[in-house]
Design a protein around this ligand. Structure first.
Ligand code: PLP
Length: 424
């Protein structure tokens, strides 16, 4: 196979004819596939349905009957301990909420906006509020900051995490920068885990704004694909404590992609001072979250199945899907020099970089032949990828055979659009 860039005009035209024919054949099959969102498939969900039986009307509540009532705003002790262990911090630093970490993130931004952190001016009273956004990143983070009219600034990612020189420059000189979105382990969508040096530089930031916070969304902290090749991001809460700036970080996580998304439990970990401030606001918002679901998760993972065992079962379902996609990419695209992609060791996504100005056209071409991908540009603030090159591949949801079909169609569309670009 020849690299596309080494082909002459005639070769490209003939290749284009051939690829168009192949595309029409696939289109005629009338596929209906979806690789758009990183949802677990039904077999992954079935791994966790036993959790529903752990607490029932025969459960011996003993002294825990208060868990069936209002109250216990920051979560039951057992759940705080469970998350503290998971996040390698102290249970004193943890608040356990309801079913979604994204809701906690929204609330934290909302509180900064309406009331301010630790007595600082609410952001709604400022002329300008800005957030740093490592890119490509998680579209729902960007949607929250956009919703509050916060200006977002792209920060490029490299293999160690976001560009720290740029972050230090912005954070240390511009008081209107109030936060940064980070997915530090098996990042969405690049799969990158931030290096120890990056974490230390975060902990030693010297922000111009007193109310600058690092939004550390550790959504994929137990989501390893390979037992023998695990990445673990360094503990930022501890690093911030040691650097004498404990208030700098809000860390988020949930059991969404561990058990049942939408019916899991979410938590936040932060300094004691931040926690007290948050609880003041929370006490107006809520009388107490779903403590029975918290208990259900604790009982399940502490008494019935360890989280490691459970995540290995998840990995055994996910790994063949990641490998199927990566094998097709390697076989079909590697020799052609028209794309690059990540090979993650965990998380839910593969980040695909097409040639410049091709991503939108590839996604559209796939859609016309019956396969939905994440919208091109979604991985950037305002849905605008300045290079129109990044596509987030989410292998988890389709069945393996369907995933292979969708990936074959995807690589065909990548080839077709790349040839068209070269012929322009
Ligand atoms: N954070 C990241 C990075 C995610 O990828 C996702 C879901 O895909 C979430 C948060 C959502 O988490 P939750 O279900 O706890 O709201």
């Amino acid at each position: 196979m020849k690299m596309y860039k080494d082909m002459n005009h005639e070769e490209l035209v003939s290749l284009h004819d051939d690829l168009c024919k192949q595309y029409e054949q696939v289109k005629a099959k009338g596929l209906k596939l979806n690789m758009a969102r990183g949802k677990p498939d039904v077999n992954q969900l079935l791994l966790s349905t036993d959790i529903l039986d752990v607490i029932n009307s025969h459960y011996d509540f003993g002294s825990q009957y208060e868990y069936c009532n209002y109250g216990i705003l920051d979560g039951i002790d057992e759940a705080k301990e469970f998350f503290a262990k998971m996040l390698n911090t102290s249970s004193q630093n943890v608040i356990v909420y309801g079913n979604s970490s994204l809701t906690i993130m929204f609330d934290q931004i909302s509180r900064g906006y309406t009331h301010g952190y630790l007595g600082e001016k609410p952001w709604c009273q400022l002329d300008k509020v800005k957030f740093l956004c490592p890119v490509p990143g998680y579209d729902r983070h960007f949607a929250i900051t956009e919703h509050f009219g916060i200006e977002m600034i792209n920060i490029p990612m490299n293999e160690n995490g976001p560009d720290m020189d740029l972050i230090e420059k912005y954070v240390e000189t511009d008081e209107s920068i109030k936060g940064i979105w980070c997915v530090p382990q098996y990042s969405n969508p690049t799969g990158i885990t931030y290096s120890d040096e990056v974490v230390e530089r975060f902990a030693h930031l010297n922000p111009a704004a007193k109310d600058f916070r690092i939004f550390w969304d550790n959504a994929y902290l137990v989501h390893h694909l390979y037992n023998d090749k695990q990445e673990h991001v360094k503990n930022l809460i501890k690093a911030c404590q040691e650097a004498g700036q404990p208030n700098l970080v809000f860390e988020f996580c949930s059991t969404s992609k561990v058990t049942l998304p939408g019916s899991g439990v979410a938590a936040l970990a932060t300094s004691l001072e931040n926690k007290e401030d948050i609880l003041k606001h929370m006490s107006i918002q809520c009388i107490g979250y779903d403590k029975l679901n918290q208990l259900r998760h604790v009982e399940y993972f502490n008494k019935i199945e360890s989280i490691d065992t459970h995540m290995q079962k998840q990995a055994s379902l996910l790994k063949p899907k990641f490998e199927a996609v990566l094998n097709i990419f390697e076989r079909e695209l590697e020799p052609l020099g028209i794309a690059e992609w990540t090979k993650p060791l965990g998380g839910y996504f593969i980040s695909f970089m097409a040639m410049e100005n091709c991503a939108k056209a590839i996604v559209q071409k796939c859609k016309e032949a019956g396969t939905l991908l994440t919208t091109a540009g979604a991985t950037y603030p305002y849905g605008q990828d300045p290079h129109d090159a990044n596509i987030r591949i989410a292998p988890s949801f389709p069945k393996l055979e369907e995933l292979k079909q969708a990936t074959e169609l995807f690589v065909l569309c990548v080839k077709l659009i790349s040839v068209e670009k070269l012929l322009e």
